[in-house]
Design a protein around this ligand. Structure first.
Ligand code: WTA
Length: 667
């Protein structure tokens, strides 16, 4: 291989960690037996412990995934081939020949065994007003909605765009699409009308589902109005289904369908469509380094299996537990660990509509006490924010129900990790730092599952999950090692032509493309024990509060970005074009982090700069290579500037940078 794949260099970042050992294996106890943990393992010869099971999963991948797929999913007809993948050709196919319906796996089979079990707890913005929905009720909602979508002309293979805050009807809409064989395209309800229109057009949706208004952090947001603006530029859209989150009426046109009213006319039975394993389940747009969002595709069986398996084992989820993932359903975390993973496992899942600081910074923990949450899954940004408010906001509430604490979306620093472990979890809950991406569909690297007594090092994602073979790519171009995944090895990986594009795209200037590997864009270190620590993005994608945003989305909400600073303190001056559905202080923190991260990437910690006019191309894109060269003081190598809208902006950036570095007087 041209780029050697390997290496367990433990670099300075990891060696400076406080390497306290946390032995958090109470649930497994002394009588640990791999078969009692994973029943399928009985049939795997020579497998007696977790590391044996992991080795089996990567060396005998067909047997491993074949067995778990047969055991854990309900098939309408069985698959004949476990995997048929050739990543160098962009071909990724799992469980060919098999037919199933995802909504049946998530609902009907649990309705048969435990219809009155709570499937979903909707934690509404107003504290103390949660709504519990049983499996039977969620199936009914899904069927009525499925029938309504069919009546509106939605057919198998169509793609429905969902622009809704976290609410039961959003979840039922996703499941209704799955039931009738349509794909869904959930767009985070904080995105602007332009971003929404882009995604509707790209997905060619004829139907959009939304709500009249959203409510978050006590504020009302006019989501229907945003949809009205978006669809003006979307010729494919024929109807907009509008649910009522608030009592307020909003203007309705001929195109608009009152959702609750119309769905109540429908039958509570809706025949599930038999889908092929590789039919599309959903599209989800994620930001690329080019600024144009990419619609990633996940398919039926492999995705469902992988999310349910990771939900069960990474969090040690058991029947009867209440699983609280506080992400938004508009992101992959919501898709995989609010909707599909937990429901496939017959779990009780929490759908959180609010913010970590509404009405006060005790919100999460008051909710944990009130709902009896057993596994809590959140983002480091929120943890860091809450840490600053002090321990009392946590200690005021009873958190004895908590068993596992999860973290996702960005690196969790040691201080936040320790606080999460010591204060939130009273030192008794394993903290699982889970690394994954929209592309991977589910968690790829996490401390659990692991053998009993296995340590968890603060701030480290630790081990690959079953079936995952990470590889590190050494490079002189960037600091750190890049994570590369041997992608064909696991079923939830993104599909279609995109795989091919990704495969051939090697941002680290390797002489040849990384044939057979998928470059994740993240840097990582691997310790001599084989533990992984993720250090963050190596490309121009910005991670805001655990979600990837390209400059396009940010520019959408920020009229004039007056970034940028570093050194003595971090200051951000932004003028917001429109209200976004983010609590102000959360937003401020997100922007601060975004900025510090993107600057840190240029390895110039004392960079203090105020840029009033960023160098933009005529099409409006920030020319980041110019900024990078300025920061690196390679102003002789700025390259072709002829596409810049205002070439003088470059001089301003250079002057500002010199001033801030104290070179100004020499000018
Ligand atoms: C980052 C979110 C460090 C990473 C699930 C990745 C993380 C991007 C972690 C994917 C983690 C996610 N530690 N960084 N535990 N988890 N990331 O597609 O940069 O919204 O590439 O998926 O988030 O973001 P995405």
């Amino acid at each position: 291989m041209m780029c050697s794949l390997w290496r367990g260099t433990l670099l300075t970042l990891t060696s400076s960690l406080n390497r306290r050992v946390f032995q958090c294996c109470r649930q497994l106890g002394r009588s640990y037996n791999i078969a009692s943990c994973m029943p399928e393992a009985v049939a795997f010869q020579g497998v007696s412990d977790h590391s044996g099971l992991y080795k089996f999963s990567v060396n005998e991948s067909d047997r491993f995934w074949g067995a778990v797929a047969r055991q854990r999913l309900s098939w309408i007809s069985p698959f004949h081939t476990v995997q048929n993948c050739d990543f160098s050709q962009g071909k990724i196919k799992w469980f060919e020949g098999g037919k199933l319906n995802v909504s049946v796996n998530c609902l009907d089979r649990h309705v048969q065994t435990c219809p009155e079990r709570v499937a979903l707890i909707w934690e509404r913005d107003e504290p103390g007003t949660e709504v519990k929905i049983t499996y039977r009720q969620l199936l009914e909602l899904t069927c009525r909605l499925g029938n309504l979508l069919k009546r509106q002309g939605v057919r198998r293979g169509d793609c429905v765009t969902i622009y809704m805050p976290p609410c039961p009807l959003a979840m039922a809409s996703m499941l209704a699409c799955a039931r009738i064989g349509a794909a869904h395209n959930v767009v985070f309800a904080g995105f602007s009308s332009e971003a929404l229109a882009d995604r509707i057009r790209d997905a060619q949706s004829s139907t959009v589902i939304t709500v009249n208004q959203g409510v978050r952090g006590g504020k009302v947001v006019d989501l229907k109005r945003t949809v009205d603006q978006a669809v003006q530029n979307c010729p494919t859209v024929q109807q907009v289904l509008v649910a009522m989150r608030t009592e307020n009426t909003v203007p309705m046109t001929d195109r608009d369908v009152p959702l609750e009213e119309e769905m109540m006319k429908e039958d509570v039975v809706c025949e599930p469509v038999a889908m092929d394993s590789e039919d599309v389940l959903f599209l989800l747009y994620t930001s690329g380094s080019t600024g144009k969002p990419k619609g990633l595709v996940h398919t039926q069986a492999g995705y469902l299996l992988y999310t349910s398996l990771t939900h069960r084992y990474v969090f040690n989820y058991h029947d009867g537990d209440v699983f609280g993932c506080v992400a938004d359903i508009g992101w992959i975390t919501g898709h995989s660990y609010i909707v599909y993973g937990p429901l496939c496992n017959g779990g009780t899942t929490v759908l959180f509509e609010s913010t970590p600081v509404y009405p006060n910074p005790g919100r999460y923990w008051e909710m944990v006490e009130r709902l009896g949450i057993n596994q809590f899954y959140g983002a480091p940004t929120a943890i860091r924010l809450l840490l600053k408010y002090g321990d009392e906001w946590v200690q005021n509430y009873n958190r004895s129900s908590l068993k596992t604490l999860g973290s996702v979306g960005e690196p969790i620093n040691t201080e936040a990790w320790e606080w999460y472990h010591r204060v939130v979890g009273d030192g008794r809950c394993p903290v699982v730092d889970t690394w994954w991406q929209t592309e991977t569909g589910g968690i790829c690297i996490a401390p659990r599952p692991a053998d009993p007594e296995a340590e968890i090092v603060p701030g480290m994602a630790m081990h690959p999950f079953y079936g995952i073979k990470p590889a590190l790519l050494d490079t002189e171009v960037v600091t750190g090692d890049g994570v590369v995944l041997q992608s064909a090895q696991f079923p939830a990986f993104l599909r279609l032509r995109l795989a091919l594009c990704y495969n051939q795209y090697c941002p680290l200037n390797c002489a040849t493309p990384l044939l057979g590997f998928f470059f994740t864009g993240d840097g990582a270190h691997r310790s001599k024990e084989g533990y992984y620590q993720i250090i963050g993005r190596l490309d121009d994608v910005i991670n805001v509060s655990g979600h990837r945003l390209g400059t396009a989305e940010l520019e959408d909400v920020v009229v004039c970005t007056i970034i940028i600073m570093f050194g003595l303190g971090v200051y951000v001056f932004v003028v917001l074009k429109k209200a976004v559905m983010v609590e102000e202080d959360v937003l401020a923190q997100q922007l601060r982090e975004m900025v510090s991260r993107s600057i840190a990437k240029y390895a110039c910690p004392d960079f203090i700069q105020v840029v009033r006019c960023l160098p933009k191309t005529r099409s409006g894109k920030i020319m980041r290579r110019v900024l990078r060269k300025v920061v690196e003081r390679n102003t002789d190598e700025l390259g072709d500037l002829s596409t810049l809208d205002d070439p003088d902006s470059v001089h301003e950036v250079i002057r500002g940078h010199r001033r801030l570095r104290g070179d100004g007087k020499q000018q």
